[in-house]
Design a protein. Structure first.
Length: 167
């Protein structure tokens, strides 16, 4: 299991100098480091996950989003979602595993894999670039997370301003 921070820092305490630099550059918050530490303890017992790289984690009230590479995503999800269910039981929250993509649009489509996305619009303004994700109004109730929580979580991962719009 590989994280953005080293194994020594993953076990607890203060971050070493190199990990502190990585955390600062990536914009990782303390809550994310806590979740990485918790995941490190939970995933230690699954030997077949030793090569999975966890790129980011975002923790909310009732869900944890784990961002990993595409090979790691399939291992963390498991056959018929079995591994993700075990992780959810161990952590005590719903787990959503998302493969990382450098494309904002592709990452969002991966996050909402079963929701129809009508479009991803890029809006340029004086405040910079932002994204508006268009989702059918009738699917608002079936979204895996609340729109405000989605905006906070995706903005944290991608360092972009992202908003859900129901049409």
């Amino acid at each position: 299991m590989r994280f953005l921070i080293c194994q020594k820092c993953l076990k607890g305490g203060l971050l070493c100098e190199s990990c502190a630099k990585v955390v600062g550059e990536a914009g990782i918050k303390e809550s994310e480091i806590k979740m990485m530490r918790k995941l490190g303890k939970v995933l230690k017992k699954y030997e077949f996950l030793k090569d999975v790289e966890i790129k980011r984690t975002v923790d909310s009230e009732n869900m944890v989003i784990i961002v990993t590479d595409s090979d790691g995503a399939s291992l963390l999800i498991g056959k018929d979602g079995g591994m993700a269910k075990k992780l959810a039981q161990d952590i005590g929250k719903h787990v959503r595993v998302v493969p990382y993509s450098s494309s904002t649009e592709e990452f969002i489509r991966n996050l909402f894999h079963n929701t129809h996305i009508l479009g991803v619009n890029i809006v340029y303004s004086d405040g910079g670039k932002s994204y508006k994700i268009k989702v059918p109004r009738n699917e608002a109730a079936s979204l895996p997370i609340e729109p405000e929580e989605f905006s906070r979580m995706t903005s944290s991962i991608l360092n972009e301003k992202i908003e859900l719009v129901f049409v």
